[in-house]
Design a protein around this ligand. Structure first.
Ligand SMILES: Cc1cc2nc3c(=O)[nH]c(=O)nc-3n(C[C@H](O)[C@H](O)[C@H](O)COP(=O)(O)OP(=O)(O)OC[C@H]3O[C@@H](n4cnc5c(N)ncnc54)[C@H](O)[C@@H]3O)c2cc1C
Ligand code: FES
Length: 262
């Protein structure tokens, strides 16, 4: 983990309240894995005091990219930052996904399930998985409506088969992403699939139930409000089935879905 000053290469609006930021950060880019995150000081002042966590969205040489939605003061300040400015970043943090890469079984299907801004870390994972070319990569993207569907073309460019669902039916199948997942699983040999997911907790909970019922390994990236980001303040607990609490920042943010006491 390093604390470094990165340089903003670009910071563009790409959807409703949604920005794509590219940072020059060679030392972090060398070390960071899909599913890990960076902890960002959104401003140079003490407002907001705490850093804000963002998942690795993509990496490209010495550059890392994040995709973020403006939801409050920190992300609003970040959205106004300009190319050339310096941003203080701590990272890489967290554990990241543990991709199950089979070089033997070309029938193995990997399914990525992204709800809303959950696409952010899954593009980095798709980037990594697509290097192996041994598995069929299927991506389900769900959102409330068409304008909130992000990264469809990025996934396709990585060779993934993409299915879309929207709650209002404005794009793709109408309904919840978990309905799409159930449909997809009914057409696949689910014993051979691995599911990686990121999105709202309710979606992850429902998806975890589906994966569990079909005995499919499933990794979920959780989001909790964070302070220190390194396991020191005990501010981001998640209850696990053993009756204990784990810290999302240090023990996660990626967990085996069956480990969580949903
Ligand atoms: C490991 C991790 C990775 C993340 N990656 C991304 C990403 O790639 N892209 C992205 O857009 N966001 C991501 N987030 C969420 C992002 O960190 C928050 O949206 C951000 O910190 C909000 O800061 P703010 O000051 O703008 O909003 P605040 O003023 O702090 O909060 C505004 C509203 O958002 C809610 N909120 C804030 N933080 C979270 C959170 N962590 N989980 C759920 N609700 C929250 C608050 O309850 C409040 O309602 C990630 C969070 C975690 C923990
Ligand atoms: S944010 Fe401090 S322990 Fe996780």
């Amino acid at each position: 983990m390093k604390q470094i000053k990165t340089k903003i290469i670009s910071n563009r609006l790409i959807g409703p309240m949604c920005y794509h930021m590219v940072l020059e950060a060679p030392s972090v880019a060398r070390a960071i894995k899909p599913g890990q995150f960076i902890h960002v000081r959104c401003s140079d002042s003490f407002e907001p005091l705490l850093r804000r966590p963002f998942s690795l969205h993509r990496k490209n040489g010495g550059r890392i990219e994040i995709l973020y939605k403006v939801v409050g003061s920190g992300t609003e300040i970040l959205s106004r930052r300009q190319s050339g400015e310096a941003v203080d970043v701590l990272g890489p943090l967290g554990n990241g996904f543990a991709p199950k890469l089979s070089t033997l079984n070309s029938q193995l299907s990997t399914i990525l399930v992204a709800g809303g801004m959950g696409v952010a870390p899954l593009v980095a994972l798709a980037q990594e998985l697509s290097k192996k070319k041994t598995q069929k990569l299927r991506v389900l993207i769900g959102a409330c409506s068409k304008s909130r569907i992000l990264c469809e073309e990025e996934f396709r460019a990585l060779g993934a088969e993409v299915s879309i669902s929207t709650e209002d039916g404005s794009k793709g199948a109408k309904g919840l992403i978990t309905d799409r997942l159930n449909f997809l699983l009914s057409t696949l040999n689910s014993q051979l699939s691995t599911i990686y997911a990121c999105g709202p907790n309710a979606m992850l909970k429902a998806l975890s139930r589906i994966a569990n019922a079909k005995r499919i390994p499933c990794q979920v990236s959780l989001e909790e409000r964070m302070a220190c980001g390194v396991g020191a303040c005990l501010g981001c607990p998640v209850k696990v089935k053993a009756g204990e609490y784990k810290m999302v920042c240090k023990d996660g943010p990626v967990f085996d879905a069956e480990e969580i006491a949903w």
